[in-house]
Each structure stands twice: as C-alpha cells, then as structure tokens.
Design a protein around this ligand. Structure first.
Ligand SMILES: NC(=O)c1ccc[n+]([C@@H]2O[C@H](COP(=O)([O-])OP(=O)(O)OC[C@H]3O[C@@H](n4cnc5c(N)ncnc54)[C@H](OP(=O)(O)O)[C@@H]3O)[C@@H](O)[C@H]2O)c1
Length: 392
C-alpha cells in the first residue's frame, strides 16, 4: 500500500479531479511468484487479468492514476520476473518499470501548477513502479491503470510519442551514468560499444555521438547493425562467432585498424562473457572499461530469488594489469541511491539534449497487452533494436 494512503482522506475533492466518461475497467499483467529463469516466468507464471480502476478512496492526496498508453519492455523486467535481478518487488506485482500515459485522476492535494487531468506524462522509475524502493512497486506499466505519486510524474517532451517517452529515462540515464559519470568520455576519443542495438546500447551510441566521440559498435546481426549505423555509429562490427562455434569471433585487428593501431579509449560493455575479454585486446593503454551489464550471460544469480552469484563473469587480471585498464562497475540505480546528488545534472543534460532535438529514443517493436508474452520473448531473443513497447 502506498505510504501516502496513510493520509488518504474521505474529503470530497474541491474541484473535478476525475476525468469524465471514464472507462473504469481494464487489464493488467501479474506475477505472483518468481521463476527459475525469465523464460520459465513468461511461460508459466505471468498472467493477464481484469483490472478495475484503483479505488480512489484508498489513495493519497498526492497520488495520481495514470491510464497507461505505452510501457517499455525492458531487460530488467525479464530478470526481475525470476528474482535474478538485484531488486525484488513484493509479490504479486505488475511488471513494466517505465511507462507513459494520461492522468485520469488526481489527489486533492495536487494543484494545477503540478498536473492536470489529461496531462501526457511519463513516470520516473526511480520513484514509482517495480524498481522503485517505496510503496508503489506493485504498479508497473503492463496495465491499463497505474498509481504513482506526483513526485514521479514528468511531462512528456514536445514532439515525443508515448512510445518514445517510456524509453527515455532508464536507457539514457544508464548511458549517461556509464559514459559520462564513470567513463569521462571526451570529444575526439573512441568508444567501443557492445550490445549497441539494445535499449541502453543504442542510447550510448546517441550520447557518445553528442559528446563528440567516435563510435565503434558491435552486434551479432548485420541488419540490426545497419540501423545502429543509421542512428549514428561511425563503424560497426559483426562479432558473431562462425556457425558451429560459440562465443564471439576475433575482432581486435579490425578495432586496431580503425584506431590507427592505438586501440579504443573506452569500452561500454553491456554484453559480458567472451566479448569482454576480446575487447581487452584492442584498448589503448590506460583505457576505461565500463561494466554495464551481461546480456550474453544473464544467469549470474540463481533463479527464484535465491541470490548468490554462481555464474559471475571473470575478467583476466593479466590484461587489466598490462594495459593499465581502469575497470569500473557502473550500476546506475545503485550509484544514485548511494549518492542522489549525481542525478540532477544527469537529468538536466539529457533533457537539454531532448529539447534541442539532439536526442530521441528509437523504438523498433510495439505489441498489444495481450501479446505480452511475445513481446518479452522478442526482447529476450534479441529481436529488438532500441526500445520495445507494449500498449495496454
Ligand atoms: N549499468 C546499469 O545501470 C544498467 C541499466 C540497465 C541495463 N543494464 C544491463 O545492460 C545490459 C543490456 O541491457 P539492455 O536493456 O540494453 O538490453 P537489450 O536491449 O536486450 O540489449 C542487449 C543487446 O546485447 C546484445 N547481445 C549480445 N549477445 C547477446 C546474447 N547472447 N543474448 C542477448 N543479447 C545479446 C544484443 O544485440 P545483438 O543481437 O545485436 O548482438 C542485444 O541487443 C543488461 O545486462 C542489463 O541488465 C545495466
């Protein structure tokens, strides 16, 4: 129950705070138990059910109800469903870390300068939704209705669709935190971006180009890499191993050739496993190696929320030593929880780029809510470029 429900009142709103002619019935996705792995979770545990509009008498004076229009389908939504992600929301919950929609009800403590009925908004996943630390974790975006505190609401930038809006904060804040706060990427430097067709990887391509860096992007599909190139990457490398072989193919010579033998200044690694080690063979001395994620080896921890890290990736200390590498772990949410002061500058910069038209999320796939299993499988299988969206 949201904290603010504690101050729920029976007072009648002074003004009209409910949209007229409201359709008060909808649908939502639920997860009531964690699975052994995300695909088992999608197949066996995830279900759709009818959803009534939340009972407004139970909500707080600073709460809003959002009629969800678009919700991003994220990698974290998948890992969370099996309790393999570091944050586990109380069960049952509705997945969908980031969503956007229209305000259809406002608590009476919200004045017009903060929000109005019908406002097009996106919801800050740091403050509400399954990844937030507070009491709104059961309300994800895979639903017709979601409840969030007014503090989580942000106006959708001009010219942004609902689909683009729900793919803004998580991916671009991650890319900014990794490349700028951790990696200190500078104009004129070269960055090697793995998983560049992914949600955070493509955001990293966009931000690296805005910063004036040269981008070498890797991936396993020529078709997807062609889009990554159209989205700004200077060079693309297909790192898929030859048929019949596992891991990644050797690409160090191509990277060295593209950097006049010097190697890259920064590696943005959202993939992990073999690609991490191959990249350490084509870095300049003193390069920054950013550990962003491990899309290729997701089962670091045990399923069903049993924690532990039996399958953690290992990095070779000989290469780290001889190349003077600075290996940095870059967990965006956790770093921000440790030091909230790093966020305002990050948000300000991202919004500046949005408003100046330099930055817009790319969304390759959209699904109806009834197709949620297909959407999550497509995300898991790497079919998506940039954002994947479900429409409740
Ligand atoms: N550091 C942070 O704060 C932070 C925040 C969000 C996410 N993450 C992590 O970053 C990683 C990427 O997240 P994302 O949202 O960008 O995921 P995503 O959209 O699914 O993208 C991952 C990309 O990795 C590539 N990939 C390479 N090998 C793969 C494999 N064996 N299986 C699946 N994909 C593979 C895929 O590109 P190709 O098919 O083109 O190879 C895919 O597009 C995840 O591990 C996630 O947990 C970290």
């Amino acid at each position: 129950m949201p904290n603010s429900m504690a101050d729920a009142t029976n007072k009648l709103p002074k003004q009209n705070t409910s949209a007229p002619f409201l359709n008060t019935s909808g649908r939502r996705v639920r997860i009531a138990q964690f699975a052994e792995n995300p695909m088992e979770g999608v197949e066996k545990n995830l279900y759709l059910e009818d959803q009534a509009m939340p009972d407004t008498s139970t909500l707080g004076s600073k709460d809003v109800i959002i009629n969800v229009k678009s919700s991003a389908v994220g990698w974290v939504d998948l890992l969370m469903s099996s309790g393999q992600y570091q944050h586990m929301p109380p069960l049952p919950y509705t997945p969908g870390l980031e969503y956007s929609g229209e305000i259809i009800w406002l608590g009476e403590g919200i004045d017009e300068s903060q929000a109005k009925l019908g406002d097009r908004v996106l919801v800050d996943g740091f403050v509400a939704g399954p990844r937030s630390p507070g009491n709104y974790q059961q309300y994800g975006g895979f639903a017709s209705f979601a409840v969030a505190p007014i503090a989580a609401i942000r106006a959708i930038p001009n010219g942004f669709s609902y689909d683009e809006a729900c793919n803004l904060l998580g991916s671009y804040e991650t890319a900014y935190h990794c490349l700028v706060a951790c990696g200190q990427l500078q104009k004129g430097e070269t960055v090697l971006i793995h998983g560049a067709s992914g949600a955070t990887g493509l955001a990293a391509v966009h931000i690296a180009k805005i910063l004036g860096a040269a981008v070498i992007a890797t991936g396993r599909s020529d078709e997807k890499l062609e889009i990554v190139k159209q989205q700004g990457a200077d060079h693309v490398i297909n790192c898929k191993a030859p048929t019949g072989e596992s891991g990644v193919r050797r690409f160090r010579d191509e990277v060295k050739a593209l950097t006049n033998g010097r190697g890259v200044d920064v590696v943005y690694d959202g993939v992990g496993g073999d690609i991490s080690i191959e990249s350490m063979r084509c870095v300049s001395f003193g390069a920054r190696f950013l550990v962003v994620g491990w899309a290729s080896t997701p089962f670091v921890s045990k399923g069903k929320g049993q924690r532990g890290a039996p399958n953690a990736n290992m990095l070779p200390t000989n290469l780290i030593m001889m190349k003077g590498l600075k290996v940095m772990g870059c967990p965006t949410v956790i770093s921000t929880q440790h030091d909230a002061s790093i966020r305002p500058e990050r948000l300000e910069k991202i919004m500046e780029w949005v408003h100046s038209g330099q930055l817009k999320p790319y969304v390759s796939h959209t699904y109806e809510l009834a197709e949620i299993k297909e959407a999550m499988k497509a995300k898991w299988n790497g079919d998506i470029i940039g954002g994947c969206v479900v429409h409740p």
